[in-house]
Design a binder for this molecule. Structure first.
Ligand code: DSN
Length: 425
């Protein structure tokens, strides 16, 4: 590279990723093929519109690659339609809200501190300014079971236009049948934000909300799905010409969503990212991906049990998916920010996180969130989880002891060097 400054930073980041272990549950390592597609000549191309219906010339290859991504996404998730242009998870959710609702309409989502995402109605977001969010949450903190009775009551009272199932920090499976029963009673659109678990759904190891009558699924493509940084919107219904206006019916959701993504919210699609999405969807349809997903779940179970055996309190006492939330304040007496920085120091990366009914503020919350998608891609297996739990426990028990932390950091670095990044092999 001629730009030595950026070259140096890329090399430093590769070294950081290589020498540490990534436990942030929303991160992963893409394959060399996904990386190559992202760095391909498709980045040079403008393609406003949709395959076969563009506003610029020279679309022979962009049309084909976007159609490939659409078809592969539809097959993976059993959807009637896929919009693969959405740039990221937050705008994907926005697109669905705007496709179906008018300002002032009500939408029901999960309480942020119980696991919901910022775009599920956090005050201060654009959506929360435009729409009326009402919230459901956890009934039993020990099991993580949601309060479906309260959800039902609230739905009858507020008649939400959308009922949104989904989370960014909730370690249990949702009861999609229950969501559907409540949503159908009030004629709501059933929307699932599956960003965290889309790969696990594609791999067939977690339930697919479409099998329970959901109308729309949004997801990022870079978490368990292991694709490029981006998003897509899957929907059921009739697919018609996205350049022509349609009536606002559930059947027309695919077209309403396409039209809201473009020209509603975005201009030119990122064709290099769409090409990389197509590659990731191909990879997710292969038998090895199912084995990967099974390993993600096995590792998460093993890690959660090993942490709890060491006396670390996990919210809901375990996990059904790829992530867990540790209550650091109860377990060690300090907050999740101290834990995040301590573990960063030894090469284990995770993130501070609020826990349900957290008495502490989001910037210094009681918990941390961790998960197994990235370390499983790296090749770690069930038998390594005990070692990880040991390091986490030891470091947090000696968080002021520089000598102890140095020693653990050296051990982590040595261990991590035995598990190359996909792009190093
Ligand atoms: N930042 C993502 C996560 O970590 O879950 C959600 O936006």
């Amino acid at each position: 590279m001629k730009d030595k400054q950026v070259e140096k930073l890329i090399a430093a980041e590769a070294k950081r990723q290589r020498e540490g272990l990534e436990l942030i549950p929303s991160e992963n390592y893409v394959s060399a093929e996904v990386m190559a597609a992202m760095g391909s000549v498709f980045t040079n191309k403008y393609s406003e519109g949709f395959p076969g219906k563009r506003y610029y010339g020279g679309q022979i290859n962009t049309d084909a690659v976007e159609q490939l991504a659409i078809d592969r996404a539809k097959n993976l998730f059993r959807a009637d339609h896929a919009n693969v242009q959405s740039h990221s998870g937050a705008p994907a959710n926005e697109a669905v809200y705007h496709a179906w609702m008018e300002p002032g309409d009500t939408i029901m989502g999960m309480e942020l501190s119980h696991g919901g995402h910022l775009t599920h109605g956090r005050p201060g977001t654009i959506s929360a300014k435009l729409f009326n969010f009402v919230r459901y949450g956890i009934k039993d903190i020990e099991t993580g079971e949601l309060d479906y009775d309260r959800m039902h009551e609230l739905a009858l009272k507020t008649r939400p236009k959308i009922i949104l199932a989904g989370f960014s920090s909730y370690p249990r499976e949702l009861n999609y049948a229950k969501f559907a029963e409540i949503g159908n009673e009030v004629n709501a659109v059933l929307m699932a934000d599956m960003s965290h678990i889309a790969g696990l759904i594609a791999g067939g190891v977690l339930a697919n909300p479409f099998d329970y009558g959901f109308h729309v699924i949004t997801t990022t493509t870079h978490k368990t799905l292991r694709g490029p940084r981006g998003a897509m919107i899957l929907s059921q219904g009739k697919v018609s010409n996205p350049l022509k206006a349609v009536d606002k019916t559930k059947e027309n959701l695919p077209t309403l969503i396409d039209r809201t993504v473009f020209p509603g919210l975005q201009g030119g699609p990122h064709m290099h990212i769409i090409a990389a999405k197509a590659v990731a969807f191909y990879e997710a349809s292969q038998p090895e991906f199912k084995s990967y997903c099974l390993d993600v779940l096995t590792n998460a179970k093993a890690l959660s049990e090993a942490l709890m055996k060491k006396g670390i309190k996990l919210v809901t006492n375990g996990t059904d998916n790829h992530m867990m939330l540790a209550d650091i304040k109860t377990s060690f007496g300090f907050d999740g920010d101290v834990a995040e920085k301590t573990l960063d120091r030894i090469g284990l990366t995770l993130n501070k996180n609020v826990i349900p009914n957290d008495p502490l503020p989001p910037y210094k919350p009681s918990g941390v969130r961790l998960g197994t998608p990235a370390i499983t891609t790296r090749g770690l297996k069930e038998e390594h989880m005990e070692q990880l739990a040991d390091w986490i426990h030891l470091a947090l028990s000696h968080h002021n002891d520089e000598t102890a932390l140095d020693k653990i950091a050296t051990e982590v670095k040595g261990f991590a060097s035995g598990f190359p990044l996909p792009n190093d092999t």
